[in-house]
Design a protein around this ligand. Structure first.
Ligand code: DGJ
Length: 414
């Protein structure tokens, strides 16, 4: 009798664990490695200094712009690029784009900051604004100028995609030299409710501007590549989804979008067209291995970041999927974008490694001196505006990309 009870209890426990973790081998491995780390699973850096140093990075501290406001550039991207100065001449600066979450769950838009030294950031304002009301879209000169010439139908579509309660996350920007335009791609989703998000649209939004400082004009949103015939779709109910996403521009200027799809179960990389405003081939006609690639089916990865190291190798970092909570990162690497991706495991080293030092990946970028920097978000679900930034030095040990914790550090001397 007792054995029977223990058997039932064990069966129930396995069912509960399987429903939380899933049956994917990567997820099971991640879950066990988290448990194996004991307290790391719940690791929170409570003792970080509250304020960012004047001349250093202080991962997890509050980071303010030159006007003393918290930097609002979450889920974003940093890059060293040419931008126009006051006289329209081009100069190189660091440009940081991200989600402005100063209004919490509602009214998100994308802000841009610039810097000469990576420590001090000037706010250049909101470059892609969401729309508070139909009246604002049709009467406010900011929007009437931006969308002049649009039909009623087009205006309705724009309003439904970027109204103030729509989800707009993870903006990434590229400069296209051929069109001399800046292009933003972002996760565009359904309306927020009071305290939470709904994510049932799962699309990628695109916006363009002549300047990195905007205003960006929303173009469209769309579903992306689909599970090729003959492969098992992990979420056949909703084809071509795009949620957390990132952009990558290769040395030959070919650009790619990397994104989580199939209800966050599978990553995809798709090649963009020459203007970077659409896929190179529409999903119906796209050829797997040439126009796009479906990666790690069922692995449940999000927050993808794709880079190419100086050694020529491609690295794809991502997080697991636990909402605003941090989890274990993983890196895959390959010799070519549509080649064979090798699982390099967790890039993080030391205490906190199994929860990515309590952060979620959003960007890997190269500073002027060649130093690669990891930038992750330490989300604060209770007060999203006060989510923190974790910037850490990246090392390349042979072919392996690694990240270690530093309480304070300077990029000139990592
Ligand atoms: C994790 C994603 O990476 C974030 O961008 C955000 O969508 C949260 N999930 C919401 O729970």
């Amino acid at each position: 009798m007792k054995k029977w009870k223990y058997g039932c209890a064990l069966f129930l426990a396995v069912c509960v664990a399987a429903s939380i973790i899933g049956t994917d081998p990567y997820r099971i491995a991640d879950a066990f490695s988290r448990l194996g780390q004991g307290p790391d699973f719940l690791y929170k850096w409570k003792d970080v200094p509250n304020v960012q140093g004047e001349q250093d990075f202080t991962p997890g501290a509050q980071w303010k712009d030159e006007e003393g406001n918290l930097i609002q550039a979450h889920g974003g991207q940093v890059q060293y690029m040419e931008v126009p100065d006051e006289n329209g001449r081009k100069k190189k600066q660091y440009v940081w784009i991200g989600e402005n979450k100063s209004t919490g769950h509602f009214g998100n838009c994308f802000a841009v900051y610039t810097s000469d030294d990576l420590y001090h950031w000037e706010c250049r304002g909101d470059v892609l604004r969401s729309i508070a009301s139909w009246q604002q879209l049709t009467e406010d000169p900011y929007f009437t100028e931006l969308y002049k010439g649009c039909s009623q139908e087009e205006l309705k579509e724009i309003f439904s995609c970027i109204h103030a309660q729509a989800v707009m996350e993870r903006p990434k920007m590229l400069y296209n030299a051929a069109t001399d335009q800046y292009v933003i791609w972002f996760h565009s989703d359904d309306a927020t409710s009071k305290n939470t998000y709904k994510y049932d649209v799962g699309m990628a939004g695109v916006a363009v501007s002549d300047s990195p400082f905007g205003p960006f004009r929303f173009l469209h949103r769309q579903r992306l590549s689909q599970c090729p015939k003959g492969e098992i779709d992990c979420y056949p109910f909703s084809k071509g989804e795009a949620r957390d996403l990132n952009l990558f521009q290769d040395r030959d200027q070919t650009a790619y979008i990397v994104y989580t799809s199939e209800n966050n179960k599978t990553l995809y990389i798709s090649r963009l067209n020459e203007s970077y405003t659409d896929l190179c081939t529409d999903p119906e006609n796209a050829v797997s291995g040439k126009d796009f690639m479906r990666l790690f089916p069922g692995a449940m990865r999000e927050a993808p970041v794709l880079i190419r190291g100086e050694n020529g190798r491609y690295y794809l970092m991502s997080s697991s999927t636990t909402g605003w909570m941090s989890n274990q990162a993983r890196v895959w690497s390959a010799d070519s974008i549509f080649g064979t991706w090798q699982n390099d495991g967790n890039p993080c080293i030391g205490v906190g490694a199994n929860v990515t030092f309590d952060s979620q990946s959003t960007c890997l970028f190269r500073a002027e001196n060649g130093q690669w920097i990891y930038y992750g978000d330490r989300w604060n679900a209770k007060d999203l505006a006060d989510s923190r930034y974790i910037w850490l030095p990246v090392q390349f040990a042979g072919e392996r990309l690694t990240i270690s914790w530093k309480e304070r550090w300077r990029w000139e001397e990592p």
